[in-house]
Each structure stands twice: as C-alpha cells, then as structure tokens.
Design a protein around this ligand. Structure first.
Ligand code: GTP
Ligand code: MG
Length: 225
C-alpha cells in the first residue's frame, strides 16, 4: 500500500459529509490507519488527512476533508466544499434521522462543490445490525433515485471502508475519461502532476467505471440517469 508521501500522478480533493455521529472521522481513521478510533469525539470544524492509493494502475493522492456534522459548524464546513471532486455522503444505519438528512447534504454538495461531484453514499455502522433503523433495500432505492453509488460500511470492523474511498476515486477517473470533469479546469478538484500523461494516452480508459453493481461487497452502482 502506498503511503501519503509517495509520488503521485493525480490529486483528488475529497469531502466526507453527513450528520454528526455517523462515523465520518472513524471512517477516515480506519482508512488511514486501519484501526477503529473508539474514543472519537465530535469534529470541530474540519480535519484533514491524505493517502496515496492505486486506482486502476495509477497513483492517486486523496486529499480528504473530514467535516463536522454538527449544525453549528455548517458555515465553516460549507466553505470547504468548493472544488471537491468527490465525496463520501455518510449516514448511520442505526439512525433514521441521519438517513432523512441525506437529501439536504446531497443538495449542498451538488450546489456548493459541483453538480457533477462523484458521490458515494455510505451506510455506516453495519456491524450494529440489531439496532438497524434503515434497511439496505430502502437506502439502495434512494441511491438509485439520486444517481449515487452506495455501500454499507463498518468503521469498526473495517468492512468496505477501503472500497468506499476506492470506488469514489474510480468514479472520478471515469468522469475525467468521459470528459465530464476537466482536470485542467481550475476548481475541478483534480490536479495532475507534470508528466502524468507522458508515455500514456490522455484517455483514462481501462476499467475506470464507478462500480461493479456486485452486491457481494461491491457498491450498488444504481445510476440510471
Ligand atoms: N459500532 C460502530 N460504532 C461506530 C462506527 N463508526 C463510528 N462509530 C462510533 O460512533 C461515534 C461517532 O463517530 P465519529 O466518527 O466521531 O462521528 P462523526 O460523523 O465524525 O461525527 P462529527 O464529527 O460530530 O460529525 C463514536 O462513538 C464511534 O466510536 C461503526 O462503524 N460501528
Ligand atoms: Mg467527526
């Protein structure tokens, strides 16, 4: 696994958004450290982390902004949305309130970051199945209606956490390939380092799709838009 200091070809600006207590900071910690942060407390404003990962054979640095879900930080966190290329939109499968809030988070992301921001909807705390308030089926339908990739995760066990970030990064590459995202446009949320394209076609073909549609751990790629 690449580390955050390794050289990279692309840099993607990522957000983690969603209601307070859904596990955003724990997801980031699990992704970066491969450990559960059991003593996590509310994020004050915004926290930052980065990691270099391999996406379809390319080295991509994810620059990740973990935002506070509490209402009182909204004006601060919203100022970080601008220019994000991707986002994890997190709810807690044991909290219907956090699920009901998804529409508001989604419209904020699309209006403040970019209408074509790549978003993976995450139902976190999958390990707490006995306390579940939101079924996989209904969340999957919501994702389908809103053209979102969808995964359930557990920041506690680590289940699907790496995939969540990986699928979002692949979705961004796919958007670059299709021309929907222009990495040379200021504010696209994507940067490529000098020589990224040397010896390579400018096209980012070769499996850059945003999901397999496989329900056995892969995301539900429900977009019919
Ligand atoms: N069982 C279980 N608990 C989790 C999971 N993810 C987070 N938690 C717990 O949920 C609580 C909130 O987690 P945080 O990651 O701090 O939540 P947050 O979304 O960052 O909250 P804000 O920073 O306030 O927006 C903590 O007590 C975590 O230990 C999970 O996947 N499973
Ligand atoms: Mg937090």
């Amino acid at each position: 696994m690449a580390s955050s200091t390794d050289p990279y070809e692309y840099l993607f600006k990522f957000l983690i958004i969603g209601s307070a207590g859904t596990g955003k900071s724990c997801l980031l910690h699990q992704f970066l450290e491969r450990k559960f942060k059991a003593d996590s407390s509310h994020t004050i404003g915004v926290e930052f982390g980065s990691k270099v990962i391999d996406v379809n054979g390319r080295t991509v640095k994810l620059q990740i902004w973990d935002t506070a879900g509490q209402e009182r930080f909204k004006s601060v966190t919203r100022s970080y949305y601008r220019g994000a290329a991707g986002a994890l939109l997190v709810y807690d499968v044991t909290s219907r309130d956090s699920y009901n809030a998804l529409s508001n988070w989604l419209s904020d992301a699309r209006s403040l970051a970019s209408p074509n921001i790549a978003i993976v909807m995450i139902g976190n705390k999958r390990d707490l199945d006995a306390d579940r308030e939101v079924t996989l089926m209904e969340a999957s339908q919501f994702a389908q209606q809103n053209c979102l990739l969808f995964l359930e995760t557990s920041a506690k066990t680590g289940e699907n956490v790496e995939d969540a970030f990986g699928h979002c990064a692949r979705a961004i590459l796919s958007k670059i390939e299709s021309g929907e995202v222009d990495p040379e446009r200021l504010g696209s949320g994507v940067q490529f380092t000098a020589g990224s394209f040397s010896g390579r076609s400018r096209s980012l073909g070769g499996g850059g799709g945003g999901g397999t549609g496989d329900h056995g751990g892969g995301p539900l790629d429900n977009c019919q838009c």
